[in-house]
Write a protein that binds this ligand. Structure first.
Ligand code: SF4
Length: 399
């Protein structure tokens, strides 16, 4: 295990300079190899998105099984969630942008979970009315990425409990308290809501299989900090008669103020993140003070070049704002050679971000018109909710 003060990565805390290779070993996940990415590219029959090509996603569990299912003509779905405690920043979009790519490339159904309950339990100073309000705001931002309204379904926890609860009951009875305590390190003061929440976060992974009465594999792109949640889910899957969800793990996005701090929604760290709601002047202010890999003087930078790998501006180009390979390679090369200075680089990025944010704001207003239609409040009409995965008579389980 890493020394106590080296780095910490749990679903509730990320701090320190993370050694990602070591974290993958500690979590026992698989390397996202070039061969597997080749297979994915071929199956999708299109280029991979930058987050996959550029190593932002670097680890997985069972992606090969998803591709096996696809090769046999079996559909899979993608799932991601959001705990709404404030506005979204750019790194919140990372998993959803990849889900959108899977929806476009494979026609995958998308399930989004808005965990307004979990945020009340985890942040006990936040009233439920606020997490609900942020849930709707965040959902509009997520749908604005361009998801297909007909293939996108939302569990908004405090509204969707009638649909989720039968499965949550099945799941919760299989999770000993000792497991939750060991995996998440909950102290005795933890409220029982947070303990139960593990069952609720598991429901979307199984729901499509439960409703269909047959296996529908699930793929979850997420930050690697969320892996512990889904380790519990994967352990439960077989016992409940559902396929284990596959995972794609991303590295954590560095904050604007440096690599040691990830982007945050709250507290004094707000200057560390670019929020989708930031007006142009605020984007400019934040990016002008962002941490870079530049040199102390212009002369030094021209002579020695800069270091993109430690630069928060470069991280934004890499993950979102320079999707074209030629442009990204040019920025990276010019940064290294000293041909590009940090002030000019930031100026280009400010313009790009403000253009993207303006487009996003228009798209989110349009998404509000159909947002309500995506929220699932009940199981399908006529479904026998008494049945559970492994207990469904004659339930076909694909090999
Ligand atoms: S030139 Fe751009 S990418 Fe390179 S260190 Fe400066 S701000 Fe970062």
């Amino acid at each position: 295990m890493p020394a106590k003060d080296e780095f910490t990565v749990t679903p509730y805390e990320v701090k320190g300079r993370i050694d990602y290779a070591r974290l993958r070993e500690l979590f026992g996940t698989e390397d996202l190899t070039a061969a597997l990415l080749d297979r994915l590219r071929a199956a999708a029959d299109r280029p991979l998105p930058p987050s996959l090509e550029r190593g932002v996603y670097y680890s997985h569990r069972d992606l090969g099984l998803i591709l096996d299912a696809h090769a046999k003509g079996r559909p899979f779905f993608v799932y991601s969630g959001r705990g709404p405690s404030g506005p979204l920043h750019t790194s919140h979009l990372l998993a959803f942008e990849l889900c959108k790519w899977f929806q476009d490339a494979f026609g995958a159904e998308m399930w989004i979970q808005i965990t307004d309950d979990e945020k009340v339990w985890a942040k006990t100073d936040l009233p439920r009315s606020e997490t609900y309000r942020w849930g709707l705001e965040n959902l509009a931002d997520l749908l604005a990425l361009g998801f297909d309204p007909k293939k996108t379904h939302v569990f908004f926890d405090t509204r969707s409990i009638a649909a989720m609860y039968p499965l949550a009951v099945d799941v919760a009875r299989k999770i000993p308290y000792s497991t939750v305590k060991a995996v998440f390190g909950f102290p005795p003061s933890t409220n029982v809501g947070l303990v139960f929440y593990t069952a609720l976060q598991t429901v979307p992974c199984f729901y499509p299989s439960w409703v269909a009465g047959k296996d529908v594999p699930c793929l979850i792109p997420c930050g690697i900090d969320q892996d512990p949640h889904f380790r519990v889910t994967r352990d439960l899957a077989e016992r409940l008669g559902y396929p284990k969800p596959a995972l794609l793990h991303s590295q954590m996005m560095p904050g604007l103020l440096g690599q040691d701090r990830v982007m945050s929604t709250t507290g004094e760290q707000k200057d560390n993140a670019l929020f989708l709601s930031d007006p142009p002047k605020e984007v400019e202010r934040k990016l002008k003070k962002a941490f870079t890999g530049g040199r102390a003087t212009v002369e030094e930078q021209r002579r020695l070049g800069a270091t993109p790998e430690i630069c928060s501006v470069w991280a934004l180009w890499k993950t979102k704002f320079a999707p074209e390979k030629a442009e990204f390679d040019q920025i990276t090369g010019d940064c290294r050679s000293g041909a590009l200075l940090c002030g000019d680089c930031k100026g280009m990025l400010i313009e790009r971000v403000n253009g993207e944010f303006a487009r996003h704001r228009a798209a989110r207003e349009a998404a509000k018109a159909w947002m309500e239609s995506t929220i699932v409040e009940h199981p399908p009409h006529g479904m026998d909710v008494r049945k559970a995965g492994a207990e469904t008579p004659n339930r076909p389980v694909d090999s």
